[in-house]
Design a protein around this ligand. Structure first.
Ligand SMILES: Nc1ncnc2c1ncn2[C@@H]1O[C@H](COP(=O)(O)OP(=O)(O)OP(=O)(O)O)[C@@H](O)[C@H]1O
Length: 235
């Protein structure tokens, strides 16, 4: 399977406290790869390391032959990697359209991209001139994803995109992840719910104490759900 991104034995710290320990992960092209683990296991830090928001002290992260872990954060988006952090982080004072424009500008994308993204989230099309702080939680999450997609990423990093949403919104976000998967976007998805993992993942990596304990195909997890308990002690 062709590789979209390779994390090779990275070590990351907050001050002197080590949080990631020789963490390795392969993202295959077109897969939805779920990171699953307890609170504080290091899932968000892994995404931040990819985006250059946490320094990789040793080890490396490689995309298309480029060692991106050597680049400053503002360079990394240019390599077609987009990040939707936990808690959305929109520009609340700006409208839906303006938030999308910020995404488009990051990699000089235009009307065609915007249309493609709005087709994925038709609900946003009806609200282009609405201030984003007045959107519902689920709509804000859609906008955060839509803005990330405006850079036309080939690697998308999603940190618990359905957290705190009502079931109908969760279903729409999952549909969008599935549609992106079908379009060939490779996704790393941090997800706390096993049912969601089983529904949309291609593979799952269990993260514990800043290490990947095991990686498996979702069909293996479906066949042996008790593996969740074995690797993370929950579920
Ligand atoms: N800015 C920071 N400064 C110091 N320590 C931090 C910082 N951010 C995270 N940590 C610590 O690093 C560890 C890993 O945190 P991280 O957010 O990566 O975990 P997580 O697996 O995403 O957890 P959750 O499921 O709760 O979001 C935790 O012990 C956390 O307290």
């Amino acid at each position: 399977m062709e590789q979209a991104l390779a994390i090779q034995s990275i070590n990351c710290f907050y001050d002197e406290v080590q949080v990631l320990h020789d963490l390795s992960l392969d993202l295959s092209r077109g897969e939805v790869h779920c990171l699953f683990g307890r609170n504080g296991a290091g899932k968000t830090t892994t995404l931040k390391a990819i985006m250059g928001l946490v320094r990789v002290r040793s080890g490396k992260i490689v995309k298309d032959g480029v060692e991106i872990s050597k680049l400053p954060a503002h360079e990394i988006a240019k390599h077609a990697i987009a990040y939707v952090p936990q808690g959305r982080r929109l520009f609340g004072e700006l409208t839906v359209a303006e938030n999308l424009q910020i995404g488009l500008l990051a990699r000089n994308k235009g009307e065609e991209t915007r249309e493609r993204v709005l087709n994925l989230f038709p609900l946003l099309r009806e609200r282009l001139n609405q201030r984003s702080s007045t959107l519902s939680g689920g709509e804000q999450q859609m906008l955060a994803m839509a803005r990330a997609l405006c850079v036309e990423p080939d690697v998308l990093l999603l940190d618990e995109p359905t957290e705190g949403l009502m079931p109908s919104m969760i279903a729409r976000i999952r549909e969008a992840v599935t549609a992106l998967h079908e379009q060939g976007v490779s996704t790393i998805l941090v997800e706390q719910r096993v049912d969601a993992v089983l529904e949309i993942a291609s593979r799952v990596s269990f993260v514990e104490n800043g290490r990947v304990k095991a990686t498996m195909g979702v069909e293996d997890l479906r066949a042996e759900p008790e593996l969740v308990r074995k690797y993370v002690g929950v579920g």
